[in-house]
Design a protein around this ligand. Structure first.
Ligand code: URA
Length: 434
């Protein structure tokens, strides 16, 4: 096979067969196909797309390019969760303990944040002592014992995606539905769970800027999963404004604990209850969604979710002090108020701008090798739909370096938009595709 012929075939809008896709994935994994040819092929896919069969074959071939995690020794239906990435998305810290507390095992591998979006592993690492590296047997043993573990993706999980994603990142080919869907689903398939809940984010702070594209991505991923014998549901949720009131790793851990104690922000609680209930249905713990939601709400009230988080934290070497007002988490040295320059209602709170502000303060990375500071970030005091008076606090900047504050304020001033009239807060849960 000559790879150039496969680029031409895709460039001309023709279909690649299974053998050609396997040859491509092999060549990406063993570097026998050079960067410029992989990139040219990705650009051809960007413009010509792939059909459902090609996307499924690509996902499965990529999944098999590295370790395939075997969770079969863990009793019960293993349910995984994945978010396509957002700002302030700390749902995993809340949802995984809730689902595990109901007896459904969650053996989750997560990634680190890149760009304006945060990563679950960075958030867990903000808990002092928390270990995100665990060898396979210890990971499986923890899930058998306490039903939940969240660790960093193993170095050899879907190596083909690692190389392809790095090339897409620098060649303008990230925003392609077949490539995003196969990238995400290959990792989920390799991670071994039988059932997967996807949270597809839509809005300015997400990859998918409009609902139609988010639905198409969700449908594509659900079909890939079903095509390889996994049960998949995809929730579509709003990411036009950040989720909850905090962006930045330690701040988000604190907010997740508050939520498990029953006093988190309304939007975060609403989404977590819905996602956890959907996972409990995928795990066959409840037939009806309403029944599952009732159980989850009760678990927030009676502390079962919080107890499970504490078990997870202890099992992974971390320390949280529930008696301390900041739960024993380190605080940034500087808290600087960002004040409203006018009165009105908040009609838009740009998630991308808030994410970039947190990144600028050191909470996120531009490149995967960048070091981050878990303590810094942004606490939002106003969200869309709320009234504000001139001089009131819009947000609190948590920083370690005073020199970064003027630019952080400038970013935040661009994030908040005002109107005279009271606007409608955006709907949070927009659809669910099963
Ligand atoms: N997340 C992934 O893992 N892959 C993509 O292509 C986009 C988001």
């Amino acid at each position: 096979m000559v790879f150039q012929d496969l680029i031409i075939k895709k460039r001309d809008g023709r279909e690649l067969d299974l053998g050609e896709i396997e040859y491509l994935v092999q060549g990406i994994s063993d570097h026998s196909i050079p960067d410029y040819q992989v990139s040219a092929w990705a650009m051809a896919v960007f413009f010509q797309g792939m059909n459902r069969r090609e996307i499924r074959d690509l996902s499965l071939a990529m999944a098999r390019s590295g370790d395939m995690i075997d969770l079969s020794s863990i009793p019960g239906i293993k349910v995984d969760k994945h978010s396509t990435g957002g700002v302030g998305d700390k749902t995993t810290l809340v949802v995984v303990p809730l689902v595990a507390a109901a007896g459904i095992p969650v053996a989750k591998m997560s990634g680190r944040g890149l760009g304006h979006t945060g990563g679950t592993i960075d958030k867990f690492e903000a808990i002092p002592g928390f270990q995100v590296e665990k060898a396979g047997p210890a990971f499986i043993d923890q899930v058998k014992r306490i039903k939940a573990a969240v660790i960093a993706q193993s170095g050899n999980l879907v190596p083909a995606d690692k190389r392809l994603y790095a090339l897409r990142d620098v060649t303008g080919t990230v925003e392609s539905i077949p490539l995003i869907a196969s990238s995400i689903m290959s990792k989920k398939i390799a991670s071994g769970a039988q059932a997967i809940l996807l949270d597809v984010k839509v809005g300015q702070g997400a990859f998918m800027k409009d609902l139609d594209r988010a639905r198409e991505l969700a449908r594509t991923m659900v079909e890939i999963g079903q095509g390889v014998g996994r049960e998949v549901a995809a929730v579509i949720s709003d990411m036009s404004q950040p989720l909850g009131c905090t962006v930045g790793n330690t701040l988000e851990v604190k907010e997740a604990i508050d939520t498990l104690r029953g006093h988190g922000p309304g939007d975060l609680e609403e989404l977590c209850v819905y996602l956890a209930a959907r996972m409990l249905r995928l795990g066959r713990r409840f037939e009806e969604l309403a029944e599952a939601e009732r159980w989850v709400r009760e678990a927030l009230k009676n502390g079962q979710g919080l107890t499970k988080l504490m078990e997870m934290v202890e099992a992974q070497g971390g320390e949280i002090d529930l008696g301390d007002e900041n739960y024993g988490l380190p605080r940034a040295q500087i808290q600087h108020l960002c004040l409203a320059s006018r009165s009105g209602f908040i009609c838009e709170l740009n998630a991308m701008q808030v994410g970039l502000t947190a990144m600028h303060l050191g909470a996120g990375r531009e490149c995967l090798d960048d070091r981050i500071d878990h303590r810094v970030g942004v606490e939002l005091c106003k969200k869309v739909g709320q009234p504000v008076k001139e001089g009131e606090t819009l947000a609190i900047i948590h920083a370690q370096n005073r020199e970064l504050i003027p630019e952080a304020i400038a970013h935040l001033q661009q994030a908040f938009h005002f109107s005279e009239e009271e606007p409608q807060a955006p709907a949070l849960i927009l659809d669910c595709i099963e």
